[in-house]
Design a protein around this ligand. Structure first.
Ligand code: AMP
Length: 282
């Protein structure tokens, strides 16, 4: 496995690989790998000749009071895991490699960024769309794999690729969870033992909502209210950022659950902001 930090070097190499007819797969990450990241790598590995994983904690997607400086990292462990999962190139730039001091070009998908995480993190998806565009231009992938845990992010990137005619096959991969049901996240390291014990109730609550829908409840306001009450009791001390039911593709807020709907939640549990979602099909 080769480790590259210079975007120009990666781009030159990837343009050459493409001209040789090699199929390139990319998995963008912020590192501190867990089984979720590794499952994306495995899925991409099966489809390409050259697998590139980017490891970059992108500052432009973090707000001022967020955890950019505290974000967990362990480059040595990550490189070993990446190599074990068949990664050919680990692209690990530093901030100055990726952004000029006077960087001034942004990619925005405002329609899809208005709700959910975009509401509480107003610059987040602008940062994500911009860095993913830069990664696509640098790594020249044919295929890029993203996790459905960040459902809104995946929707933003799919829309961006469609709107800008970017020739990348953007694929979503199912959420990898602990046996408890807790979605794996690099931010789970912030949880105390007590918080970790109750955090699986995030997913349990979503499943209860799905059961309620299956039993005939379709009023989104009622479903959200019941879920908020469940979280208040089952995850004491947690602060709900949002509980929302949206259209899975355009992320518009739904009043009735009639067809396919995505229930997405974000909760602050101690120091960790945790997100999860469940696709509900009526
Ligand atoms: P991150 O390093 O958190 O930016 O995540 C990098 C990629 O891994 C994103 O596409 C995430 O959606 C995906 N990912 C993170 N956690 C999980 C998970 N538990 N299951 C599946 N994919 C995940």
């Amino acid at each position: 496995m080769e480790i590259i930090s210079n975007p120009q070097e990666l781009q030159t190499l990837c343009l050459m690989l493409r001209s040789e007819g090699k199929k390139i797969g990319l998995v963008p990450t912020m590192g501190y790998f867990h089984e979720g990241h590794l499952s994306l790598m495995d899925a991409a590995r099966k489809q390409c000749d050259v697998l590139i994983v980017s490891l970059f904690v992108n500052p432009t997607q973090f707000g001022e009071n967020e955890d950019l400086d505290a974000y967990p990292h362990d480059m040595e462990r990550d490189s070993i895991l990446a190599e074990e999962h068949g990664v050919d190139i680990l692209f690990a730039p530093v901030r100055d490699d990726m952004y000029f001091d006077n960087h001034s070009t942004w990619v925005e998908v405002p329609d899809l960024a208005a709700n959910l995480c975009g509401k509480s993190r107003p610059i987040h998806f602008r940062g994500v769309a911009t860095v993913v565009t830069k990664l696509f231009m640098t790594a020249q992938p044919h295929v890029a794999v993203f996790g459905q845990k960040d459902w809104q992010q995946l929707a933003v990137i799919k829309r961006m690729v469609r709107d800008l005619n970017i020739p990348v096959d953007v694929q979503g991969h199912e959420i990898v969870r602990e046996d408890s049901g807790l979605a794996l996240s690099s931010r789970n390291v912030y949880l105390t033992e007590e918080e970790k014990a109750v955090a699986p109730n995030i997913q349990k609550g979503l499943q209860k909502m799905r059961d309620q829908v299956a039993a005939g409840e379709s009023d989104a306001a009622k479903l959200k209210q019941d879920l908020a009450a469940f979280y208040a009791a089952a995850i004491p001390g947690s602060i709900i950022d949002y509980i929302e039911i949206v259209h899975p593709e355009n992320i518009n807020i739904l009043k009735k659950v009639e067809d396919s709907a995505l229930c997405a939640v974000a909760l602050q549990v101690g120091k960790a902001r945790l997100i999860d979602n469940l696709l509900i099909k009526v």
